[in-house]
Design a protein around this ligand. Structure first.
Ligand SMILES: [Zn+2]
Length: 590
């Protein structure tokens, strides 16, 4: 938390104000939510209202206030009260001696992601941070929310506590809870099921080829597997909100729900369905890791500014390590599939040059300006804390498992983090996290953390895989000399999407976003590029013709020797008994 941006008002004498939000959507096709905040028992001359600039779980300042329009403040008789803006997200209302103040505004909601609002003729979906103001010093007060659907067949789905006897009315115990509890309004299909004695639901909006029965069966296995790991389920009920759309993909975790976006027809194909279940395992794992086991910087959210932490490698990376492991443990897929998924991730890591530029801790700290703000150059100077954090977690798990013959593992770290910091929601520091890992490993890991979190030293996969009878196999692209570009077709143009820094193409002056036209005067495209390059050898100079900002240019490019272009985790031949035992203890049989 930073204090610098907070504008302090004198503390109210009596913090007894009551807050009621009404959320209407009388013309859903307009994408406008109509919001009324009624503040009763207000005792101060001024009422401050602030809109969050970001929402937990998605580390980017999104300026939610930019969607507000038609702001007006009234007293209980409907007389307009003076109000003005103090900053981009801060409104001040002169309440005078009115104990009841009504704030009315509308929010434009036409962004279908897990962390924004969406309203159209088929449904309404909103996130608290993107819809509601908080009143400084009153964040701990309970907030009543009444949802007013536009038609009778629209129902409300949320984990907020329903108020008995009042239609579509709920209580959030404080502002954090309101932010952490998204609300779906519409004709979503709700499928209820029970796991370990607790109620769960899938609420599915829109059409697709998802099979609810199968989904419930697989979800239950994931829930049971994760509950076993942490020792129970720390919530009363849990809802999975699923939005089906053309190509949307994403998830956002909450304490007792999550929102998932997925392609509507992504459930029949086995691989796509497994990817979806990994997303489910990931967001569900977060209900412990990051929602309750939180870095100190996120112990108390500052909704007005960036909340910096170096520990997202653990919050997101370790969660990613488990998201492919949990389905294996749950019996959803076998070892071969797990290793294929792991190989894909290691391959992505080893083909991202930014791993040699940005240390893992820095990747986490700079999430706000880098990971969520990627551009065509990003792979050259960034490494995702999801990806590298996952692979550092892999090394840590293997280190602990090999040392203790699988009798200890990263699971013990998770349980200890849960007991120490999660259960009581005491934020952990990066030092406390490292100490906990070292305690389970019974080893000083300072050198490990320096190498792999604080610097960009290459991860020594084989050193850790060997005890489990595995190794990293390099797939060579021996006959394609290296140029260093990635090309894709866009609107009938062959666009260079990525140029690797210091590659032959970069040294020749080829830029990302250039349109590739020809090699040595003959047209080339993304599908024929590699075949064409095979006609040349390292040290050959070719003439590459591009449009660079609409200007035709022909640039000499001197190719270099072929680069390895793929990596795969493979099983060694003739495993020793110890290796076999380690492998089975970690990933089960075959
Ligand atoms: Zn995540």
């Amino acid at each position: 938390m930073t204090e610098a941006t907070a504008i302090r008002q004198p503390q109210p004498a009596n913090k007894s104000a009551t807050l009621l939000y009404q959320v209407a959507m009388s013309q859903p096709a307009s994408h406008l939510f109509e919001i009324t905040l009624q503040v009763d028992c207000w005792q101060s001359k001024v009422l401050d209202l602030k809109m969050p600039v970001w929402t937990p779980g998605s580390y980017l300042v999104r300026e939610y206030a930019r969607h507000i329009q038609d702001f007006v403040a009234e007293d209980s008789k409907g007389e307009i009260l003076t109000s003005h803006k103090v900053s981009k997200n801060h409104w001040q209302v002169v309440a005078e001696n009115n104990s009841t103040v009504l704030i009315k505004y509308r929010i434009y909601a036409n962004e279908l992601t897990v962390r924004t609002n969406h309203l159209d003729s088929t449904h309404g979906y909103f996130n608290g941070a993107a819809l509601f103001f908080f009143i400084p010093d009153f964040e701990q007060e309970q907030i009543k929310v009444k949802v007013i659907p536009p038609q009778a067949d629209w129902q409300v789905t949320t984990t907020l506590t329903a108020v008995a006897g009042e239609d579509n009315t709920y209580i959030a115990q404080d502002f954090d809870t309101l932010v952490d509890t998204p609300i779906e309004v519409g004709t979503q299909q709700v499928h209820n099921f029970e796991v370990l004695g607790k109620p769960h639901s899938w609420a599915i909006w829109s059409q697709g080829n998802v099979k609810p029965k199968k989904l419930i069966k697989d979800t239950a296995k994931i829930i049971e597997t994760e509950a076993e790991m942490f020792g129970g389920l720390p919530y009363e009920q849990y809802i999975f909100l699923l939005h089906l759309s053309g190509s949307g993909y994403g998830g956002l975790e909450h304490k007792d729900s999550c929102t998932l976006n997925y392609p509507r027809f992504g459930f029949r194909d086995r691989e796509k369905y497994e990817r979806f279940l990994q997303l489910v395992a990931h967001e569900f794992f977060h209900l412990w890791n990051v929602k309750r086991i939180r870095p100190k910087a996120l112990e108390k959210f500052d909704y007005e500014t960036e909340n910096y932490t170096t520990s997202l490698w653990f919050c997101e990376g370790t969660t990613s390590y488990y998201d492919i492991l949990i389905p294996l443990r749950a019996g959803i897929y076998k070892r071969k599939t797990y290793l294929k998924n792991l190989s894909k991730d290691i391959n992505k890591y080893l083909t991202t040059p930014g791993r040699n530029v940005q240390p893992l801790g820095e990747s986490s700290y700079d999430a706000w300006i880098k990971l969520y703000r990627r551009d065509a150059y990003s792979d050259n100077n960034q490494i995702s804390y999801y990806l590298k954090g996952q692979l550092v977690s892999l090394l840590l798990d293997l280190l602990i498992r090999a040392k203790y013959n699988n009798k200890r593992s990263l699971d013990d770290v998770m349980r200890l983090m849960w007991q120490r910091f999660g259960q009581d929601e005491i934020g952990f520091s990066e030092v406390q996290l490292r100490d906990t890992i070292a305690e389970v490993a019974e080893e000083n890991l300072d050198d490990f953390f320096t190498r792999y979190i604080e610097t960009t030293e290459e991860l020594p996969f084989n050193d850790y895989l060997d005890a489990f009878g595995l190794y990293l196999k390099t797939v060579d692209n021996t006959d394609v000399p290296y140029i260093g570009i990635k090309v894709q077709s866009e609107n009938n143009k062959e666009v260079i999407g990525f140029v690797e820094a210091q590659s032959p193409a970069a040294l020749a002056g080829i830029d990302a976003k250039d349109e590739l036209l020809a090699i040595n005067g003959i047209r080339v495209d993304s599908t024929s590029l590699n075949e064409r390059l095979k006609n040349y050898q390292a040290n050959d100079t070719i003439q590459v013709t591009v449009f660079h900002q609409d200007e035709l240019k022909t640039l000499p490019v001197t190719l270099t020797k072929p680069q390895p272009n793929g990596y795969k985790v493979a099983i060694q031949e003739d495993l020793s008994d110890q290796q076999q035992q380690n492998l089975t203890g970690w990933l089960g049989g075959n």
